[in-house]
Write a protein that binds this ligand. Structure first.
Ligand code: ZN
Length: 353
């Protein structure tokens, strides 16, 4: 958005009570504004999210991403409004969070998937899985695959749910999974969603894929009309066996700007993640490097105990080929070598340089 800093503000600055920003995968931070009413409704939606997945009174809740201007921080207050005991640990390493979770008998948490994955690997490698008392986790703000979900659920002994939000649209609290875990229920009393063809902008039919476009219905400070999120989803039928009747979309398949065209094939990083996360010898962290004209190198982290990597390289190559039809090179690095500041950056495109 070229409106930085106050161009998108629709009320007097004196009516604003909170300014947050996107966690910034690209470029300038995008600011998002809340009036008192915006904030109250935001909390109501987050409480609704927590209640839908069964977090509330009796729970001990940790928001692992309670950091500064990131909208994920909203869950700290929402958890206490939902009746849980909320512990604002603040920025801390996965080690420290796990120690708190074990010591205090934490039952639920919020995290971005790359952080939850770090905690999952650590719990498994240090034998903490059995000592955890976790029940439910609400996870979002990055795309994450089903194999990453399995790894998080198994290693942290937790039931993990995806939730969707966009900072510009008010942060999390737009949509969440129900117990069926096969799509996101959209809170249609606050957001009007459309799924459109990326090129033509025409609405797609049920079962088809396109870009999620959102109109805010109740925001005062920063209302947006037909905001193109850049997130690719499939439009699902609104009937759900959980009984809730709302518009439904699939989990995010990828970002339109993350989709890379290689040798005429469209590739979303999530497909690579599906393979990488399914192999126990790997941490689940990965990056995709594009170089020369169309060379792809998939960089993966191997766990410290792994000795033999040739078999892994071959297995990765053939699994990726099977899913994407692409021949890729594999680069193996040791655990902890792939680092991210905040949200994970999955694609390194060196082709334009
Ligand atoms: Zn449902």
């Amino acid at each position: 958005m070229s409106s930085y800093p106050y161009g998108a503000l629709a009320v007097n600055l004196s009516d604003v009570i909170l300014i947050l920003s996107s966690s910034g995968t690209t470029g300038k931070p995008v600011l998002t504004f809340y009036t008192e009413k915006d904030y109250k409704l935001w909390m109501e939606r987050l409480v609704r999210n927590l209640e839908l997945i069964g977090i509330g009174k009796g729970d001990i809740f940790v928001n692992t991403s309670n950091q500064g201007m990131f909208t994920g921080r909203g869950y700290s207050e929402a958890a206490l409004l939902a009746g849980a005991a909320s512990i604002p640990i603040g920025p801390a390493s996965p080690e420290r969070h796990l120690k708190f979770m074990v010591d205090l008998g934490v039952t639920s948490f919020h995290a971005i998937p790359s952080f939850a994955l770090k905690m999952a690997n650590l719990a498994k490698d240090t034998g903490l899985t059995e000592k955890l008392r976790l029940r439910k986790a609400v996870i979002g703000a990055e795309t994450w695959s089903e194999s990453t979900r399995r790894r998080i659920e198994e290693s942290l002994n937790v039931d993990a749910y995806d939730n969707y939000g966009v900072a510009e649209l008010g942060g999390p609290g737009i949509a969440i999974e129900c117990s069926e875990k096969n799509g996101l229920h959209v809170w249609a009393d606050h957001y009007l969603v459309e799924v459109v063809d990326i090129k033509t902008g025409e609405q797609v039919c049920e079962g088809e894929e396109g870009e999620l476009v959102v109109t805010t219905l109740t925001r005062e400070a920063m209302p947006l009309i037909r905001y193109r999120t850049g997130d690719i989803v499939e439009l699902l039928p609104s009937e759900c066996s959980c009984g809730l009747k709302t518009p439904k979309v699939s989990r995010i398949k990828g970002r339109a700007d993350e989709m890379v065209k290689v040798r005429g094939i469209s590739l979303y990083p999530k497909i690579i993640e599906e393979v990488v996360s399914s192999m126990p010898e790997l941490t689940g962290e990965y990056q995709i490097e594009l170089s020369n004209i169309d060379d792809i190198t998939v960089i993966v982290e191997v766990k410290k105990w792994v000795q033999e990597v040739d078999r892994l390289v071959n297995e990765l190559k053939s699994k990726i080929k099977e899913l994407t039809l692409l021949n890729v090179a594999i680069k193996i690095v040791y655990e902890g070598k792939i680092e991210h500041q905040g949200k994970a950056k999955r694609v390194l495109d060196l082709r334009q340089l």
